[in-house]
Design a protein around this ligand. Sequence first.
Ligand SMILES: Nc1ncnc2c1ncn2[C@@H]1O[C@H](COP(=O)(O)OP(=O)(O)OP(=O)(O)O)[C@@H](O)[C@H]1O
Ligand SMILES: [Mg+2]
Length: 257
Amino acid sequence: MSIIDRVKQVINVKNLSISFGRKIVIDSVSFSAERGTTLVMLGKNGSGKTLILKAIAGLLNNYSGTIEINNKDIKKKLPEGKSDPDNFRLAYVFQKGGLFDSMNVYENIAFGLKRMRLDKSIIEERVAGSIERMGLQGSENKLPSELSGGMQKRVGLARALCLEANVVLFDDPTAGLDPILSDSIADLLIEIKRDMDTTSIVVTHDLQAAEKVADSIILIYRGRIVFSGRSEEFFSGRDKYACQFIEGDIEGPIDIF
Ligand SMILES: Nc1ncnc2c1ncn2[C@@H]1O[C@H](COP(=O)(O)OP(=O)(O)OP(=O)(O)O)[C@@H](O)[C@H]1O
Ligand SMILES: [Mg+2]
């Protein structure tokens, strides 16, 4: 790999394998995402997409292979007291919301910012900004149990947004949202890429959103990558795996179960 490629690549996954007992779920998967781009990860239910995101977020230890962010292995900790000039901030939008049941909307969104020990006024400003952006005004004092599924999803997105992270992992950000809201979330992903040079991985089953936001696409099947390329190539209809996935055909290289 050339030096220029190394600078461009923010997320670099090499030969990632994940097993549970004797079951190999992810089998030597390699891909990378360049700075300021969006990589969309597609695949059937249970194909291992969430596991890959968890590994990149550092939430999974039982994997083999390497995951680098800004050319540093995420498993290698810096010596005590050393700061990293290439430090990055990562935000993760969980598939199931991941909200704290006992905290209200405001506290849930502010949680990560409080841990960063930012000034109270900055926290308030950023939380208010994300609340407005996600259309959650008036719900600040509600508990997650008092919200609809779509609203809970938006709180999860607001919490990630206000971190102003360089790397964002979105697990199914439009699942369960109505079509208008799904489309506005897709627009939001494009906005944060443009305005903040964010590098993101978006897992989705929403092909319309995928086509709108993706620079590159990987398709996971049986623990391996069966398509990896530019978004235009995926949607061009030339690849047999991509074609079957787009059309939802029963016939083709991908089995239903
Ligand atoms: N902790 C675990 N122990 C055992 N098996 C697990 C564990 N976590 C995930 N798996 C298995 O790994 C596979 C991949 O799971 P994963 O949640 O990553 O799928 P996914 O692609 O995100 O699916 P979906 O589209 O439904 O969200 C599944 O077969 C799941 O049962
Ligand atoms: Mg999942």
